[in-house]
Design a binder for this molecule. Structure first.
Ligand code: ADP
Length: 401
């Protein structure tokens, strides 16, 4: 535990992605002191182990020495008194020395077993860990159905608690989506929007109720055929220290070398013009880690992640706060292009900005894990309720009231 915590702090203090906050929030001294404390604990634990080992070795060697002396003296005495021959004496001495070596090897091995056993708890805990997926994986995999495209989606009384928690992250969620519809998920932080998306992406399966895809229970659908049928951009997307082409191409590996497709995806994410300014265009190395790299702004990285998501040609797109890092103009351009380019596909997106919800056919308003309102923007704005309160609050904030 101590070692892994100190490793984590090393990571925080040395990885470029964390260092920004470490500097801005002045965390260096605090983290470094924690690191020193942990290393001190680790040092004393090690020292204790070393002391134990030294005492044990000393006692063992002392006993061993006494034993050898006794055997050799007894053998010499027997040789002097003529009870045994000189050859026998040598055999006794050699045997004692071999026995001594064997016992020494045995004790060294026992000690290293003891030392390793101190770390084995971690691995035992790891093997003991039964993933929530395991239960469903035990189902007969051969019976799993494959799908090519996602046409309809239905949530039937879906409730879900994260493993190890007691509160529902989603409760009795019900909705039905037809092919080609655009669904916006809105609600306060912690209301269950991302959880809904995670269940739809089949990241968790221990929910109650049913999720039906094309009328088939999602739990019965083969994992890889399902994941080939949708694309998702999570809010904590990755920024790969690779070229633009690789960053985008990871969305659809089979098309990675199709430059036209890469450009097309970049265009949908409104990133094509920026990439054109790079010395190596789509072969430009991105990031900060390697020589010749160009680093991007947060918004540009997000556009690259969106291009990656849109590179995959599927019938379901899931976007979790896809434009959080974009300026309002880029956001507007993105949504217009997104809706146009994904026409005919179903899409889900989580958003906090009410300017984006007008693109949706249906808005689901979540609160405490439940859908509390649903409808279009025009219908919801006319109703008293959470949606209007959130909308009013945002417009008031924009007006500076
Ligand atoms: P939203 O996307 O609307 O902000 P989330 O779906 O992320 O909300 O979270 C819904 C609830 O589930 C919250 O109470 C949150 O604390 C909890 N939650 C989210 N992720 C986890 C997790 N990995 N483990 C335990 N609880 C979680």
């Amino acid at each position: 535990m101590t070692v892994s915590h100190s490793w984590y702090i090393t990571y925080l203090l040395t990885k470029d992605i964390y260092i920004k906050e470490v500097r801005v929030f002045n965390l260096f001294t605090y983290l470094f002191n924690r690191f020193s404390k942990l290393r001190t604990i680790f040092y004393y634990q090690n020292l204790k182990l070393f002391k134990r080992k030294t005492i044990f070795s000393f006692v063992y060697q002392f006993v061993d020495f006494l034993f050898t002396i006794v055997v050799v003296i007894a053998a010499i005495q027997s040789a002097l008194s003529g009870e045994i021959l000189v050859g026998n004496l040598m055999t006794y001495i050699n045997t004692t020395s071999k026995l001594d070596n064997a016992v020494q090897n045995l004790t060294t091995s026992l000690f290293s077993i003891y030392q390793d056993s101190l770390y084995s708890k971690n691995i035992i805990d790891f093997f003991k860990f039964t993933s929530f997926r395991k239960k469903t994986d035990r189902r007969k995999i051969k019976c799993r159905k494959t799908i090519k495209e996602i046409d309809t989606i239905e949530f039937k009384k879906v409730s879900f608690k994260y493993p190890g928690t007691e509160t529902y992250a989603l409760k009795n969620v019900e909705f039905k989506v037809k092919k080609g519809e655009t669904i916006a998920l809105v609600g306060k932080n912690g209301s269950g929007k991302t959880t809904l998306i995670k269940l739809l992406a089949k990241l968790y399966e221990d929910y109650t109720g049913q999720i039906l895809i094309n009328g088939i229970d999602l739990k019965d659908i083969d994992d890889s055929s399902y994941s080939s049928a949708f694309s998702v951009v999570f809010q904590d997307f990755n920024d790969y220290q690779y070229t633009v082409k690789e960053n985008v191409g990871f969305g659809s590996l089979k098309d990675m070398n199709n430059d036209e497709d890469i450009y097309e995806a970049l265009k949908k994410a409104d990133m094509d013009k920026v990439v054109d300014t790079f010395p190596n265009k789509i072969n430009q190395q991105l990031g900060t880690w390697f020589e010749g790299s160009i680093d991007l702004s947060g918004g540009q990285w997000q556009k690259i992640a969106l291009a990656r998501g849109l590179m995959k040609k599927v019938k379901l797109y899931i976007l979790d706060e896809p434009t959080a890092a974009l300026d309002p103009q880029s956001e507007y351009i993105f949504f217009k292009r997104f809706i146009k380019s994904t026409k005919g596909s179903t899409s889900f997106y989580v958003t906090h900005r009410f300017t984006n919800v007008k693109f949706a056919n249906m808005i689901l308003v979540l609160n405490n894990g439940q859908i509390v309102q649903r409808g279009t923007h025009n219908s919801l704005i006319k109703q008293e309720g959470l949606y209007r309160r959130m909308f009013d609050y945002q417009t008031m904030t924009y007006k500076g009231e």
